[in-house]
Structures are given as C-alpha cells and as structure tokens.
Design a protein around this ligand. Sequence first.
Ligand SMILES: Cc1cc2nc3c(=O)[nH]c(=O)nc-3n(C[C@H](O)[C@H](O)[C@H](O)COP(=O)(O)O)c2cc1C
Length: 168
Amino acid sequence: MDVYRTIVTKRDTRDYEERTIADDVLRRILQAGRMAGSSKNEQPITAIVVRDGEQKAALADCGDFTAHLPTSPLVVVIVRTEGSRPFDAGRTAQNMMVAAHSWGIASCPVGIQHDDRAREVLGLPADQIVAMAVTFGYPTGGRPQARGESRMPVDSYAHWERWGQREP
Ligand SMILES: Cc1cc2nc3c(=O)[nH]c(=O)nc-3n(C[C@H](O)[C@H](O)[C@H](O)COP(=O)(O)O)c2cc1C
C-alpha cells in the first residue's frame, strides 16, 4: 500500500483476532511513534506497552468507552510530560497507527478520562500525563471495519485564505 492509500483507508477498528503481535513488529510500532517530531525536539512523549490481561482490565476501568480494550492483544499508552503540547502526542499516535495499518494491523485510540485511576494503574510520576491509549490487533475478517461513518466533504473541510471562503 502506498502512503496515501494507507492513510485514507485507516479506520478505527475494535474487533481483533487473538493473534499476538510479534515483538519485532511491536518494536517497529514503537519506532514509528518515537520518530514523530516534537516542538523544539523536546521529546516529551513516551509509551507504555500493556499486554498483561489484568493490567488491560485495570486500564479499561480508567476510561468511559473502553469495552474493547481488554480483548485487544496490544495496548500502547501514550504518555506526555506536563506542559507539553497535545499535538506531539497526536503525531506519535497517528504515526504508530498508520505504520501498523500498513502491516495489516488495525487500531483504535481510546480516551482515558479518569486520570487519577490511570496514574495509579500505570505508576506514573507526578509530571507525566496519559494522553491517550491506543489498542492494536489483527482485525477480524482480515481488514479494518469502518462503522460506516463518513467524513465531511472536502468542500466543507477546507477554507481558502480566510475562514468561510470557499475554493475560488
Ligand atoms: C481523541 C479521540 C478519542 C477517542 N476515544 C475513543 C474511545 O474512548 N473509545 C473508542 O472506542 N473510540 C475512540 N475514538 C475513535 C473514534 O470513535 C473514531 O476516530 C471515529 O469514530 C472515526 O472512526 P473511523 O476512522 O472508523 O471512521 C477516539 C478517537 C479520537 C481521535
């Protein structure tokens, strides 16, 4: 798949096969995240790999829309240093998800709303914040399952020169 096709066919998928993600593939997912640029190259983002069943269940209790998290073979929690820009975490997560998709691995970002609980489960130091959890796995049926939700048309998405001005 070329890069453009990988990006535009990526769908957030929550049903995975039990199949484990091999360690070398996991390392490449981490590498894809690590290589995301950050403001002033401050590198405020780190990742916690969660594969243990009890740890996944505990993490699922830290978010409100986490039903699929315990059955995901791999969860990567994106952590950011206090004071860093959320944009850095977004770049990291998307790098990981797009790279994984190019290898046939589906994924889904998962919000962690209960920060205090997550902090305890993950043993985070005071200056570290959970930005997002991301689940990964080989999709059941062999391909990502879109929920059928579309995106806004590009003519609504893009403003030209100023807000509200449409393509000339
Ligand atoms: C910031 C953010 C938080 C999200 N949180 C959750 C979540 O907690 N649980 C979940 O199942 N999906 C979550 N999603 C996935 C969205 O539901 C998904 O991106 C959206 O429905 C588009 O899905 P599609 O790419 O399959 O069309 C989240 C996505 C983003 C960007």
